[in-house]
Design a protein around this ligand. Structure first.
Ligand code: ADP
Ligand code: MG
Ligand code: MG
Length: 251
């Protein structure tokens, strides 16, 4: 049982305050959707929790099972069980997917998996996501299509088994088939009940496949509404306009 606890988080980029007091608790077995218009601060939340140096936490706390994540390096956060799938993953030229994943597992588990065990894990993970075996030898994220990037993220989830997974716009750029494969991957992964998922998305369509337990609406760097899955349906019909207007008025 794990808990990610975000309390009154304020985050700035340079001297611009972007997050203005975010409270959010994610427990293992729960899926939380963070929804909101472009520029509302969704990615900022993900990066700040993951420890990206550009995002300065000016006040507030982030605890994972009571431990202060904000005091940890990015690597320590990963070892503590946090996983971030980025909206725009970086290319790692010269490092194959296979080596990248083995290094990531080594970093998180603290020891290198035996090659044979790793090969087996990798193969079963790739099979489950309908990934061509040749993919393992390609350079990490180099020239990946949108669908390949996202499958690669879900493959990382399956292999790393984090306590809390933050998925930023995992649905962006996916055609319907890829969306289904990726959604099935997320569902398989969360079925264990050991992991809490924070699913960040601008669109409601992935939520038809991955049913959230809680929905939080972001606008202007704050959570402006919370509810169950029915809130996603409301957003699908009504959009974010009203929230954006209210957030501006409150400034
Ligand atoms: P979302 O993911 O909801 O679309 P972001 O968190 O990416 O929103 O951005 C929120 C706001 O912060 C935007 O106004 C954006 O321009 C600004 N911002 C985010 N990251 C940076 C950055 N690295 N440098 C400058 N401004 C940034
Ligand atoms: Mg505050
Ligand atoms: Mg974003």
């Amino acid at each position: 049982m794990s808990t990610l606890e975000i309390r009154d988080l304020h985050v700035a980029v340079g001297d611009k305050e972007i997050l203005r007091g975010v409270d959010l608790t994610v427990r293992s077995g729960e899926t939380h959707a963070i929804m909101g218009p472009n520029g509302s601060g969704k990615s900022t939340l993900a990066y700040a929790v993951a420890g990206h140096p550009k995002y300065t936490v000016t006040s507030g706390t982030v605890l994972l099972d009571g431990e202060d994540l904000l005091e940890m390096s990015v690597d320590e956060r990963a070892r503590a069980g946090l996983f971030l799938a980025m909206q725009y993953p970086v290319e790692v030229p010269g490092v194959s997917v296979s080596n990248f994943l083995r290094s990531a597992i080594t970093a998180v588990r603290g020891e290198a998996p035996k090659l044979r065990d790793f090969a087996k894990e990798l193969k079963s993970g790739m099979d489950a996501l309908s990934i061509d075996p040749a993919f393992a030898q390609r350079n990490t994220n180099e020239g990946f299509s949108g669908g390949e990037k996202k499958r690669h993220e879900i493959l990382q989830l399956e292999l790393l088994k984090p306590k809390i997974a933050v998925l930023d716009e995992t649905d962006s750029g996916l055609d319907v088939d890829a969306l289904r494969v990726v959604s099935e991957g997320i569902n398989r992964f969360r079925a264990s009940g050991d992991t809490g998922v924070l699913l960040i998305t601008h669109y409601t369509r992935i939520l038809r496949y991955v049913k959230p337990d809680f929905v939080h609406v972001f606008a202007g760097g704050r959570v402006v509404e919370e509810g169950g899955p029915e809130l996603a349906d409301k957003l699908e019909n009504e959009g974010y306009e009203a929230y954006v207007r209210d957030a501006r008025k409150a400034d």
